[in-house]
Design a protein around this ligand. Structure first.
Ligand SMILES: Cc1cc2nc3c(=O)[nH]c(=O)nc-3n(C[C@H](O)[C@H](O)[C@H](O)COP(=O)(O)OP(=O)(O)OC[C@H]3O[C@@H](n4cnc5c(N)ncnc54)[C@H](O)[C@@H]3O)c2cc1C
Length: 472
């Protein structure tokens, strides 16, 4: 490994986002390095794919491998009430007659390694057991990263562009203090695995089942190959940890009794492996890019996993990023933060559509049945959201109808590239007729997020300051 060379692109993380970006860039003969802190295959939660994963997977030429695999086919999603009564499953093919309507339930150790190997086959250099430890910046531009590698020790890597695809570790956002939690979606997930659990017959064998718990908590039930099922609970922390016990197995067994369908499906099953827990707060990072750096997948933002949108969004962002970076590399332009505005708009738009559905799901007064029984078009639009068909679609009618039952969120304003504020723009702002400093602060926050930029009149460059500071 030659650490003196300059890479076209450095990618942090070999999950679905990082490996997709790396594979598609390497396919176009760009000089790519991916650093991954783990040694693959490694465990990861999130085994249920969304149908529209098909298109990035097709670009990666992985559909045949998946078709030949023994991983259960997922044809539908179903919702089950606490009393065990199931909804009519949402069969994807009834809505969209295309090969993408069949997707898979797959252990992530296998899935992620498959994409990473595609990146290696295409020519990307992958350094496993290598952790990115810091960003290297020069003149307000990210020019590389520092790494700690099991094989090579502490090293620096330099490149034209750094992609942060480090998942929920949010490597760059934590360094830059860009993390912004979703104000409402604050849940805990507790999950484990079972053998010999019951599978539904026929087409429903590989279905994802969302089974309700009191207070809008829910179970996921994801059948995997080798007679294994992934079962998890997502709920408010004070519901799960209600003071009776902190033991994960006891909490899990207590909740199984709260849903008749889950109880029935697990009655002859054997729990295997450990119980895992995460405070899976949703977030969107304040900025999606700065000069020389862009964020993708969960490192861009994370949404509650109720509709299994995470891997789809990660693959989508990896695929979009590869195109964007390829076109910049081919044009010999610089990687400025604004290069990623279109990419950020596309990602924010997709996430916002899913976020509305997630908010509605948790609303006390909302049920999907109420919405879809109004007309077939609404059922179709909702299914579009559930399969990931969210580009170039007008969801106004669906959301207008959902608003009758649920409080839908306004789009989050942040999550855009960090602005390169010009001196002229800042000077022009000084003449703005603000009523008082609160109004000015609101204006600043909306325009640039909480961390604005301040003129250093000598250098004409920016140093960060907090827009929370009252203005005199
Ligand atoms: C409880 C729960 C359930 C979920 N269920 C589903 C589901 O059923 N379906 C679904 O689609 N999604 C699900 N998700 C979401 C899904 O897991 C993620 O959205 C998806 O993994 C994001 O892919 P990614 O490539 O962005 O990040 P990741 O898959 O997390 O990959 C990031 C990689 O970066 C590496 N890394 C991190 N930091 C560093 C560093 N400093 N240096 C080097 N490498 C680093 C990590 O080791 C990892 O391999 C779930 C999430 C949670 C929390």
């Amino acid at each position: 490994m030659n650490f003196a060379q300059k890479f076209d692109t450095i990618i942090v993380g070999a999950g679905p986002c990082g490996s997709t970006t790396g594979a598609l860039l390497a396919e176009k003969n760009h000089n790519v390095v991916i650093v991954e802190k783990e040694q693959f295959p490694r465990y990861h939660v999130g085994e249920s794919l969304m149908p529209f994963c098909y298109f990035p997977l097709q670009r990666l030429k992985l559909i045949d491998t998946l078709m030949e695999s023994k991983n259960p086919r997922k044809y539908c999603v179903q919702f089950v009430k606490e009393n065990g009564e199931g909804s009519q499953p949402f069969y994807f093919f009834q809505h969209f007659d295309h090969p993408s309507s069949t997707t898979w339930q797959i252990e992530r150790s296998e899935f992620d390694e498959m994409i990473m190997n595609r990146a290696i086959d295409n020519g990307a250099k992958v350094l496993q057991s290598t952790k990115a430890t810091d960003l290297i910046k020069k003149n307000d531009k990210v020019i590389g990263i520092k790494v700690e590698s099991q094989e090579f020790g502490e090293q620096s890597l330099f490149g034209n562009c750094v992609v942060d695809a480090s998942g929920r570790d949010c490597f760059a956002s934590l360094k830059n203090r860009w993390m912004e939690r979703d104000p409402k979606l604050k849940k805990i997930a507790l999950w484990t695995y079972y053998e010999n659990a019951k599978r539904d017959p026929g087409l429903n064998e590989g279905a994802t089942t969302i089974a309700y718990l009191p207070n809008k908590g829910w179970f996921w039930y994801i059948p995997l190959k080798n007679n294994k099922v992934s079962v998890g609970i997502v709920a408010e922390s004070n519901y799960l940890f209600n003071g009776t016990t902190r033991d994960h197995a006891e909490i899990f067994d207590r909740e199984i009794k709260n849903n008749a369908w889950i109880q029935d499906h697990l009655k002859n099953a054997k729990q295997i492996g450990e119980y895992r827990v995460t405070g899976e707060y949703s977030y969107r990072n304040r900025h999606s890019a700065e000069n020389g750096l862009v964020l993708g997948g969960d490192a861009f933002g994370f949404l509650d996993p109720v509709f299994s949108s995470g891997v789809f969004l990660a693959l989508k962002s990896g695929s979009l990023l590869a195109d964007e970076i390829d076109s910049i590399l081919c044009s010999s332009k610089n990687f400025s933060s604004s290069s990623f505005q279109k990419y950020s708009d596309q990602m924010n738009n997709s996430i916002e559509i899913m976020r509305k559905i997630v908010y509605a799901f948790y609303d006390e007064n909302f049920s999907f049945a109420d919405v879809v029984k109004q007309n077939e078009k609404l059922r179709g639009l909702l299914t579009d959201c559930l399969i990931g068909n969210v580009d170039d679609k007008d969801f106004t009618e669906l959301f207008d109808s959902m608003k009758k039952y649920a409080d839908l969120p306004e789009p989050i304003k942040h999550g855009n590239p960090k602005n390169d504020v010009s001196l002229g723009e800042l000077l022009a702002m000084r003449g703005k007729p603000f009523k008082d400093w609160k109004e000015e602060r609101k204006y600043l926050q909306e325009k640039w997020g909480k961390q604005g930029q301040q003129i250093d009149t000598k250098k004409g460059v920016n140093s960060e300051y907090s827009a929370d500071t009252p203005q005199k």
